[in-house]
Design a protein around this ligand. Structure first.
Ligand code: C5P
Length: 309
């Protein structure tokens, strides 16, 4: 039998805001966040050969990735073990080999590993003729990682609980994005643990659902998108930012530099350490990139130009 080859792009995400609303019985935190896909991307080539068994992942572009801990492996393992439940014990997972070209920085809060994992699930779901319902695939996804379900949808989504309750909302596509990533990353569990030691800001569920409702309308253009997004700057908060800044102080320096360069809005993404700044278009983000390139306080940070999609 021939090998089937699939090419797939795995985009990153930013969290336009991220609120933590208590903890769930399993110890995970209950999130309320709007995730936005951006065009900073990893590239995957997935080869499936049913004539033999095994798994291999080849990472290109960086040497700090441990192939054994990569979420693509976890995604394929979870997919095949669930498929076995449908097909019976005779089902033998085919040899699966993944070439992964990494561009999205790790430990950045940009969801690179989760997006790669979602891409694997999407390809396997297609290869095997859609064996799982949307709900079943979401369940497999959230067991691979909290941010994986979002990447099955992409675009602009309100994500709740661990991240598996997802509502796509009106697209925020076309905004310019400037990203800064300090050399040091932030460990997600460490960041949540540090946050737990601090007093939490109250979470006004009604204010947030009204706000998200006001973003789920037709936008005339990018200026209208930004105006509606920035109408409630008091709600544009990432609860993980303060603990992350304690772990990686450059996050603060990035926010200051991006604000001075004319960002409409800037915030840390996820549990960091990447900071994003929004602009009306890619050109404005490129102009800001020029301005911050020589800022001494950012000497150890990597800068990326991107766009919401
Ligand atoms: O699911 P994921 O591997 O992305 O999460 C990493 C860690 O972050 C979890 O083990 C948990 O400690 C923390 N986490 C959390 N609440 C969430 C998501 C992640 O406490 N909603």
């Amino acid at each position: 039998m021939a090998t089937d080859t699939y090419e797939i792009t795995a985009n990153a995400k930013i969290n336009l805001f991220l609120r933590v609303n208590g903890t769930l019985p399993n110890g995970y935190h209950r999130l309320y966040t709007v995730m936005q896909e951006i065009d900073c991307a990893d590239q995957l080539t997935i080869r499936i050969d049913p004539s033999r068994s095994g798994f291999k992942i080849n990472c290109f572009g960086r040497n700090d990735i441990d192939p054994r801990k990569n979420l693509c492996r976890k995604a394929s393992d979870r997919f095949y073990s669930n498929l076995k439940k449908i097909k019976g014990d005779d089902f033998k997972p085919p040899y699966t080999e993944i070439d992964l070209i990494k561009n999205i920085p790790s430990e950045s809060g940009l969801g690179g590993g989760s997006s790669d994992a979602a891409a694997v699930l999407v390809v396997l779901q297609e290869h095997f003729g859609q064996p799982f319902s949307e709900e079943e695939l979401l369940h497999i996804a959230v067991n691979v990682g909290a941010d994986v379900p979002f990447f099955l949808y992409g675009g602009t989504c309100l994500c709740e609980r661990v991240g598996e309750v997802i509502q796509p909302i009106e697209s925020m596509a076309g905004l310019g994005v400037l990203i800064g990533k300090p050399k040091a990353g932030v460990s997600t569990p460490e960041c949540f643990a540090l946050m737990d030691l601090e007093e939490q800001k109250p979470f006004d569920e009604k204010a947030y659902s009204d706000y998200v409702g006001s973003l789920n309308v037709h936008f005339r253009n990018n200026s209208d998108r930004l105006e509606k997004l920035l109408a409630r700057t008091d709600l544009l908060v990432n609860d993980l930012e303060t603990p992350a800044i304690r772990l990686v102080p450059e996050i603060e320096a990035l926010k200051t530099a991006f604000t001075n360069a004319g960002a409409e809005y800037c915030c840390m993404s996820g549990s960091g350490s990447a900071v994003f700044a929004l602009f009306e278009n890619r050109g404005d983000a490129a102009a800001a990139l020029q301005q911050v390139q020589d800022v001494q306080a950012l000497a150890d940070c990597s800068l990326y130009l991107s766009e919401t999609v």
